[in-house]
Ligand binder design. Structure first.
Ligand SMILES: [Zn+2]
Length: 244
């Protein structure tokens, strides 16, 4: 694959770069998307019946079990070459910010450091009442484990339907996007807000937008460079072309 020389030149001297990733990057690791994951006994539920504060209030055990099942699914997959290419980029760009909408933790597993997880991480568990994080909980098959501090129910530290994004992560994402010189949008359909607005914010402030996705998105008309395909194939080649 050949890359446009202007892109290669730009990346060699870029100081501030933001990369936003979405479900497509996880899918390339073999992880099914939220809706695709609703197979078997989970297929009868609508997404908001498994991933909303109301669902947790109504049937905490159902929601807990759904996330326990998804955590197991993540254990079976590994970061792909796209994840690792972003780690390489971070080593070479002075100010690199990775923003992800994925909750699987694969970027962290690959070794990305300056990472904003906009939608949380299913590997983390916290109290639904007092917000205390915990890494150890009893696996009682009968009931949802409870917080050691206040006795509240434990829940995954992910953003559910109807919940707001973690403010510190979102603010940092907006600031980085406004300040960057190059903005990568990778494997994201560009329709889930507020993440979808970040590429537009970067473009409005004069950043060069690079899109890598299987198909066009609402951001495509604003992108200077558009590459249709798999990030796990395109990103490693790009890193090699620029810094290899
Ligand atoms: Zn608590």
């Amino acid at each position: 694959m050949m890359f446009e020389s202007t892109l290669v030149e730009q990346l060699r001297t870029v100081r501030r770069l933001v990369a936003l990733t979405g479900a497509g990057v996880s899918q390339e690791s073999g992880l099914r998307t939220f809706r695709d994951a609703q197979t078997g006994l989970w297929a009868q539920y609508k997404p908001h019946e498994l991933a909303s504060p109301e669902a947790f209030q109504r049937d905490p055990k159902l929601v807990w079990d759904w996330y326990a099942w998804r955590r197991e699914a993540v254990k079976a997959v590994r970061p792909n070459p796209g994840h690792y290419a972003l780690v390489e980029m971070e080593k070479r760009v002075p100010a690199f910010t990775l923003i992800t909408q994925n909750v699987d933790g694969l970027h962290r597993m690959a070794g990305s450091q300056n990472l904003l997880e906009l939608h949380g991480n299913i590997q983390r568990v916290r109290c639904a009442d007092c917000y205390t994080f915990t890494e150890i909980w009893g696996d009682d098959s009968e009931a949802v484990p409870r917080c050691q501090v206040c006795g509240g129910l434990l829940r995954p530290d992910v953003v559910w339907f109807g919940e707001t994004l973690p403010r510190d992560q979102l603010e940092a994402a907006v600031l980085a996007s406004r300040a960057c010189e190059v903005f990568f949008s990778i494997g994201t359909s560009g329709i889930v807000q507020p993440a979808a607005s970040l590429g537009f914010a970067a473009h409005n402030r004069g950043a060069v937008v690079v899109e890598i996705n299987a198909e066009p998105t609402p951001l495509t008309p604003k992108a200077t460079f558009v590459m249709h395909g798999k990030s796990g194939e395109i990103l490693p080649r790009l890193v090699k072309a620029v810094w290899g």
